[in-house]
Every structure is written in structure tokens, then in C-alpha cells.
Design a protein around this ligand. Structure first.
Ligand SMILES: NC(=O)c1ccc[n+]([C@@H]2O[C@H](COP(=O)([O-])OP(=O)(O)OC[C@H]3O[C@@H](n4cnc5c(N)ncnc54)[C@H](O)[C@@H]3O)[C@@H](O)[C@H]2O)c1
Length: 332
């Protein structure tokens, strides 16, 4: 191919959403996590640098999956104060390359892709770990991730009622209204975290909080928890008491033991050890470890988010976009 015929595809947020339905994203995450846990991926820990005037961070997340020809990276910014500017907390671009010759294949809006793949990871964990008869959900954090968390849970279980709690009660009301329309489930704003979680079979925490967002005593027996919010070693969303009594499953051991405050804080306090991690999700998806072992067991999936999720989701979106004629071709 001559220089001037080389091109890549750009997928906007709308293209990504149209090209990657949640149920397909859940399946893509199961197979990505299985590949990760069987040693098929090269996945360095992400690098994080403070961005301009310390207002936010830039995370660089590369990954290669040689057996699938996948190569690429996500550059993602996290700016906690962005809501006041009318901008999302998380913005990103995903770059997908041809693993065989290094050519650029696609650039995708990474904010929409992140929301879908983060929801889908919780969908995969819910499918593998939650009780089959789970029918009530609680979402803590009515932001961008909170929306795809509920969407993903509804994709894998017959949810009939969901409660949402946010410290911003207006955000919770808007969420409930929107999510009722998009999922068809009875979604209601709860007055407190306690009232949201008490009757929940499945809980998703997707907050920007830095200390636990519910009390262990409020949990129902047999609950499954997906926690996606904390990704710094000193930040917790889930009480240590819950971590200590739950079956703990992570997306990636090495990343969790570097970033997941929910697990690292109790380890630093001497209350548990790294062996409290029972499995990686991919070990369960790949059939090498069991999923839920008893109806009353509490299961806890801690996601810090890893680059193989972005690449697998981007590859699935690009594949579908080509079939659907979505995206913009840009000459290189
Ligand atoms: N694990 C992953 O792969 C992954 C991926 C993307 C984002 N995240 C993390 O998920 C979290 C949410 O991201 P987002 O994009 O949805 O942000 P967002 O700003 O859109 O939403 C966060 C919401 O949490 C609410 N909140 C804060 N403290 C709370 C508390 N104690 N109880 C209830 N609600 C509370 C805020 O009011 C806000 O509405 C962030 O911490 C982000 O870093 C994780």
C-alpha cells in the first residue's frame, strides 16, 4: 500500500454506542479476561502523571494480545472538578493498531468506550457470580459509570427493581428518570445508601468517593457487589468488613495489588493478606476456578480497569462498525 492510501477509522461516541451493544460487550469482556488470566496478554501497569496545574491526571494504558493480533493503548484523563465546567470526569482516546505490522487501524472516543466496557466487566462478573434469581439492584453513584453499571446488570439478570443513591440527590432523580426509560426497570432514587442496599441482590458502586459508601451491616446475605470507583491505593468505596467476609474476585491481581484501596487498605492494616483475593475474573470465565459457591455467599468483584478491556471493546466496536458502515475514514 502506498503512503497516500493509508488510512484509519475514527469512531465517535455515537458510533461506539451504536456499534457495541451491552450484551456483546459483556461477552467480549469475558473472553478478554479469560485471555488475560491465561497469560495471553502483555499488560504493564498503567502510568499516571499529574496534569496541568495538578487539576487532574493522565493515565496511559498500553496492551498487546499477540495471539489475537491486538495492539494499542488508551490515553485517559481524570479531572475531578470537571462537573463544574460541564465536562465529564473521564475523557479518553483509544488507539487500535494492527498487531502484525504496527499500522494504525482506528481511533475511538474513549469516554463512551470506557463507560461501556466498565459496565460490561461488571456485567460479566454479575453473570458469573451473582445468584441466578437476583432481581433487585442498588447503584451507588448516579454518574456516567453508574448508568452502564445498571444497563449491564439488566443485560445478565432479570432485574425488576433498582434503587440509586447519590450524595447529589438531584443527580439521583435525573438518573432514575433516565434509566427507567432506557431499561424499563422500576428505578427509584433512595434517600440513603442504607435504604438502597438493604434489599439489593446486586450492588454496584461507581462513585468518586474516597471512603466507604455503605455499611457492611446493611448487606443482605448472598449479595453480589461490583465496585468500580476506587483506583488509588488509599481510596476505599467498600468497607473492610465486607472485603474480609466476601469471596473477593479482581480483574487483574497485579493491578489490584497496586491500585485497589478497597483491598490494599485492609492489607496495610494487617487485617488480611493478598491471599484474600480468591480469583481473577478471567480464571472463572475460563472455567479454571468456580463462580458462586453458595446461595448465601457474599461475592465482591473489584475492578480497577485494565487496558485489555479497552482493546477488546475497541476491536469488537470496529468490527461491528465496518459491518454497519459506521465511522469516518481519515487518510494518514
Ligand atoms: N474500574 C474502572 O474500570 C473504571 C472506569 C471508569 C471510571 N472509574 C471510576 O468510577 C468512578 C465514577 O466515575 P464516573 O465517570 O461515573 O464519575 P461521575 O463524576 O460521572 O460520577 C460519580 C458520582 O459519584 C457520586 N458520589 C460521590 N461520592 C458519593 C457517595 N459517597 N455516595 C454516593 N454517590 C457519591 C457523585 O456525586 C457523582 O454523581 C470514578 O472514581 C472513576 O475513577 C472506574
Amino acid at each position: 500500500m502506498t503512503e497516500n492510501r493509508r488510512s484509519l477509522v475514527f469512531l465517535s461516541a455515537a458510533d461506539v454506542r451504536a456499534a457495541l451493544p451491552m450484551r456483546e460487550a459483556v461477552d467480549a469482556m469475558k473472553s478478554a479476561f479469560a485471555a488475560l488470566s491465561s497469560g495471553d496478554a502483555v499488560l504493564p501497569l498503567r502510568s499516571r502523571i499529574a496534569a496541568a496545574r495538578q487539576k487532574g491526571s493522565l493515565l496511559i494504558m498500553p496492551c498487546s494480545v499477540p495471539s489475537r493480533g491486538l495492539l494499542g493503548l488508551k490515553a485517559v484523563t481524570v479531572y475531578d472538578g470537571n462537573a463544574a465546567l460541564g465536562l465529564p470526569r473521564i475523557q479518553a482516546l483509544v488507539i487500535l493498531l494492527n498487531g502484525d505490522d504496527g499500522s494504525p487501524l482506528a481511533v475511538l472516543d474513549g469516554a463512551s468506550l470506557t463507560a461501556i466496557r466498565t459496565g460490561a466487566a461488571s456485567g460479566a462478573a454479575t453473570d458469573l457470580l451473582a445468584r441466578r434469581d437476583a432481581s433487585t439492584a442498588a447503584i451507588l453513584g448516579a454518574g456516567v459509570q453508574g448508568r452502564t453499571q445498571l444497563e449491564a446488570v439488566c443485560a445478565v439478570r432479570a432485574i425488576r427493581e433498582a434503587w440509586v443513591f447519590d450524595i447529589d440527590s438531584h443527580a439521583a432523580e435525573v438518573y432514575a428518570h433516565e434509566m427507567r426509560a432506557s431499561t424499563g426497570v422500576a428505578v427509584k432514587a433512595a434517600p440513603s445508601a442504607a435504604s438502597a442496599v438493604r434489599s439489593a441482590d446486586i450492588i454496584c458502586t461507581a462513585t468518586s468517593a474516597s471512603s466507604p459508601v455503605f455499611a457492611d451491616a446493611d448487606l443482605k446475605a448472598g449479595v453480589h457487589i461490583n465496585a468500580v470507583g476506587s483506583y488509588r491505593p488509599d481510596v476505599q468505596e467498600v468497607p473492610a468488613e465486607t472485603v474480609l467476609r466476601a469471596r473477593v474476585v479482581v480483574d487483574h491481581r497485579e493491578s489490584a495489588l497496586s491500585e485497589a484501596g478497597d483491598i490494599l487498605v485492609p492489607i496495610r492494616q494487617g487485617r488480611c493478606s493478598p491471599e484474600c483475593i480468591a480469583a481473577e475474573l478471567g480464571e472463572i470465565a475460563g472455567g479454571r476456578r468456580p463462580g458462586r459457591c453458595a446461595d448465601d455467599e457474599i461475592t465482591f468483584f473489584k475492578s480497577v480497569g485494565v487496558a485489555i478491556q479497552d482493546l477488546a471493546a475497541a476491536a469488537a466496536a470496529l468490527d461491528n462498525a465496518r459491518k454497519l458502515g459506521l465511522g469516518t475514514t481519515i487518510p494518514l
